[in-house]
Design a protein around this ligand. Sequence first.
Ligand code: S3P
Length: 420
Amino acid sequence: MRGAVRVPGDKSISHRAVMLGALASGDTCIENFLAGEDCLATVRCFRELGVEIAGPTGENTLFVRGRGPDALREPADVLDAANSGTTMRLLAGILAGLPFFSVLTGDPSLRRRPMRRVTGPLREMGARIWGRQGGEYAPLAVCGGGLHGICYTLPVASAQVKSAILLAGLLARGRTTVTEPMASRDHTERLLKYFGARLEIAGNTISLEGGQQLSGRSLKIPGDISSAAFFIVAGACTPDSDLIIRGVGINPTRSGIIDVLRKMGAELELLNEREMSGEPVADIRVKSSPLKGVVVAGDMIPRLLDEVPALAVAGAVASGETVIRDAAELKVKESNRLAVLTEELRKFNAAVEELPDGLVIRGGRPLRGAVCASHGDHRIAMAMAVAGLVARGKTVIKDAECVAVSFPGFFDVLNSLREK
Ligand code: S3P
């Protein structure tokens, strides 16, 4: 694989830019917005809430006309977060703070994902919020307004839960303080500051005063490192490769995959390091190199949470054993990623064992092309594509169109590199 590519805008930041733009006063212009299914679901929900949003244009620019939180209106219908956990959880925090009734639902995968982690703390803030099984599963119904700030310690590191509470805290009376057991992605904190909010951050504790006004801002979104990860792993694992992925976000709460692949022996260079709207960015150069197994656990896990599917493929190619632990959260993502990776990578002749909180991969066995399934999970589909590239023989990925959730055009970008 040779050449240079760009990957679409960061998914987490794209969601947050729409949300903060909608709560702010004044216009927000978002360049390099991710026009993937997940972020388009966020756009549709905010349009239903009465926010004027134009785009995304052909160049992926989105305009949000912010008129402050008081301008958001009771939606006439159920809000649909589709496959997007970020939409549902962060929006639940915002809706809890707004004085009207709303209902949030999603696709069958999202309706199976745990929601008490947000409905619980939001109830502590005074929210009236309900869901199936005592608030654990969507659809969620919210009668918002009248919140007060709380001090809350998250039982698991989760950027979505942290963000839901901070956004509710912004709309609440008094001060809200959130403490995480380990640092999760900090895009909400960075973007809140970028939109003019004051936050106090000490270690893994973040605190903000309710009732702060945000001001609309223009911003440019970095390329998504979670999308770049598939190309980084493909470049490291396929012979004679030398490729550059341009303009990728390398926020330290997200860049664990770079550290771990380097530890495995990958030849990775960060070029042209710069800042983009409060986020660090670089071009990433990767060359093929022999990889060796690695142990990944503890506070590294939140730093590469969404990259485990790509990392598992690297582990299957590497010599020796790769062990991933402390990653039980992967069971409640878009699919049960521990079970699905075990099942699907075995079809490629990889030796994978599932642990209660991770995976053991005995690498170095020759991978054989396989007929495999995405289980409707975008990151599984892309990981299977990388496994298929490395494997000998033909691979067929069933239900591969779900890549559009985070990376529309993934297969075109992949082919553009193969044809050079
Ligand atoms: C996200 C947080 C992560 C990640 C997800 C996006 C976000 O989940 O897996 O894809 O945008 O906040 P957690 O809430 O488990 O950190």
